[in-house]
Ligand binder design. Sequence first.
Ligand code: C5P
Length: 220
Amino acid sequence: DGEKPLKGRNAIVTSGPTHEPIDPVRYIANRSSGRQGHAIAAALAKLGAEVTLVSGPVAIADPVGVHTVHVERAEEMRDAVLAALPADIAVMVAAVADWRVASAADQKLKKHPGESIPTLALTENPDILKTVGHHTMRPKLVIGFAAETQDVESNAKAKLERKGADLIVANDVSPATGIMGGSRNSVKLIRHDSVEQWPDLTKEEVAERLAALVAKGFHA
Ligand code: C5P
């Protein structure tokens, strides 16, 4: 089908940040608007894929034509992603918090004048991309993102290996680039045997190009 080259294919996309509770009213999180991940979910659906979007807390609408699962924490995101397997395609765009608070408080932490300030003990979160990249039900195509502020290419190459991905979409999110939370993106595609710089594009254009590339991968 020329119009719907991904018809009959299942895709899982993660998007947005995760929120890791400190207590019932506080959390730690990464910065992520969800704009790029949501655009990718929409672009894959437009090409005919059946898309499960697992989204952390974001301020943007669920894409039309996509099955969106809302989660808060990394462990919930991992569970929702694994529940959506098997799939043909996985695109992990979420900015997952690397750490969570080891034992989040059941009650709001109170300020007591004169008493010491609490310290947070952290523990490591599951790496969802790495789990999917090495899973017995590994999708045929596993794509990761890498937001870096320095050594973009070498960091992304290392990530490709470590996470068992086929492709890493790397971008420089240094504050001066305006990419974080903005509408445009400038990415590098890192594969095992090549590096390709894409021009400055809108996040929707990056999504459409990426979806077209995925479709090509399922055509051959
Ligand atoms: O290691 P780093 O967080 O830089 O890797 C980024 C890639 O890994 C992204 O695709 C992100 O969605 C994914 N990731 C994940 N689970 C984590 C950390 C990152 O899926 N706990």
